[in-house]
Ligand binder design. Structure first.
Ligand SMILES: Cc1ncc(COP(=O)(O)O)c(C=O)c1O
Length: 151
């Protein structure tokens, strides 16, 4: 028990498991401070981060003039790494990624990919998927996000 036994706290932006509730930058900052006090990483499930960023832009005081990309950056600056299922907000047909600030932890995780996923999958993705991933990140417009979240 205790902080030494907690490798990370997971923050899922606009977690859909609990009804799609977004987190504010203010609340994320508070989580970050609490975790930092106890030496615990904050790892971000960024699967639906664009939608969460849109909500922050629309609702959080002081964020209206920030772009969605700037808000995503601010979220990432408050976390130690992220997982991303790219089929959702990144609008690609397959794949995802793990990104970590700590090289040694990243290397340890990469070894586990061999155990759980058979190979480091990035090399196996079709070229078209890579192209779509890069393009979708640029083309994802606020209009598209709004169409998804305003129902
Ligand atoms: C926030 C979040 N994380 C992770 C996942 C899981 O993604 P995958 O379908 O790649 O397992 C989902 C799926 O909807 C999700 O909404």
């Amino acid at each position: 028990m205790g902080a030494d036994h907690i490798p990370y706290v997971c923050i899922a932006t606009a977690v859909n498991m609990a009804g799609g509730q977004p987190i504010s930058l203010g609340n994320l900052r508070a989580v970050r401070e609490l975790c930092q006090r106890h030496g615990i990483r904050v790892i971000h499930d960024a699967t639906r981060v664009a939608e969460n960023a849109y909500f922050i832009k629309e609702r959080e005081p002081g964020c209206a003039d920030m772009s969605v990309a700037e808000i995503v950056r601010a979220i990432c600056d408050l976390t130690d790494g992220c997982t991303m299922s790219a089929k959702k907000d990144a609008l690609v047909n397959i794949g995802g990624f793990l990104a970590l600030n700590e090289d040694d932890v990243f290397d340890a995780c990469r070894s586990l990919v061999v155990v759980y996923e058979a190979c480091t999958p990035t090399a196996a993705w079709p070229v078209a998927t890579w192209r779509r991933r890069h393009r979708s990140a640029r083309e994802r417009s606020v209009r598209h996000i709004k169409a998804r979240v305003v129902r």
